[in-house]
Design a protein around this ligand. Structure first.
Ligand code: B12
Length: 146
């Protein structure tokens, strides 16, 4: 299995713990993870995809401003001619909201999957394997050889 995941926190958001946990879990599952860290711009994500030939971008946002930070992101991906899986997760709106509405908003912006702040890393791993058609035997081989 050789799939490269670009992971980071977008905008001015400095919450680092979630992506640290995701980084460890994804790496253990056999993905090549490029963690670009907190306070990353849309351009930082796109540059990392280009530099590392990323297959998927996982964006995290906790501080409630994800919608503003992600506006135009999928248009920029398209303009760069990239074909990518895009996920976003965390605390995506300010305060308590109906997460299904939030999910619908981010899906309309172009994200393939939208995860709430209760998401366990295993859910993201299962989704990536499904979306990338990675079989369990392939994943197991990678774990044994890495
Ligand atoms: C620790 C913390 C901080 C620390 C961060 C330290 C650090 N270096 O990381 C400090 C004190 C700096 C901080 C600052 C702020 N914080 Co703060 N913080 C928290 C707190 C208590 C815990 C976050 C955390 O680490 N959780 C543990 C990790 C493991 O969980 P996680 O990040 O949610 O990630 C998991 C899932 O969400 C998911 N996930 C996350 N991203 C993604 C992405 C994908 C693709 C997928 C699949 C899954 C996924 O998987 C992760 C692993 O299971 C939360 C409250 C809470 N209980 O969540 C508030 C919280 C996130 N903070 C909040 C706020 C408002 C702020 C500040 C704006 C406060 C202020 N006025 O200054 C600032 C923002 C500063 C900035 N520039 O970002 C609010 C956000 C409110 C909102 N969205 O409506 C929260 C929810 C507190 C609250 N209830 O009001 N914060």
């Amino acid at each position: 299995m050789s799939a490269t995941i670009i992971l980071g926190v977008i905008g001015s958001d400095a919450h680092a713990v979630g992506i640290t946990i995701l980084d460890q879990a994804l790496s253990t599952a056999g993905f090549d993870v490029v963690n670009i860290g907190v306070q990353s711009s849309q351009e930082d994500f796109i540059s990392a995809v280009e530099a590392h030939e990323g297959d998927a971008v996982l964006i995290s946002s906790l501080y409630g401003h994800a919608e503003q930070d992600c506006r135009g992101f999928h248009e920029a991906i398209e303009a760069a001619g990239l074909d990518l899986i895009t996920y976003i997760g965390g605390n995506l709106a300010v305060g308590q909201d109906d997460f299904e509405q939030t999910r619908a908003r981010f899906r309309a912006m172009g994200f393939d999957r939208v995860f709430d702040s209760e998401t366990e890393p295993m859910e993201a791993i299962a989704a990536l394997k499904a979306d990338m058609n990675i079989t369990e035997s392939e994943a197991e081989r990678t774990r044994l050889t890495s």
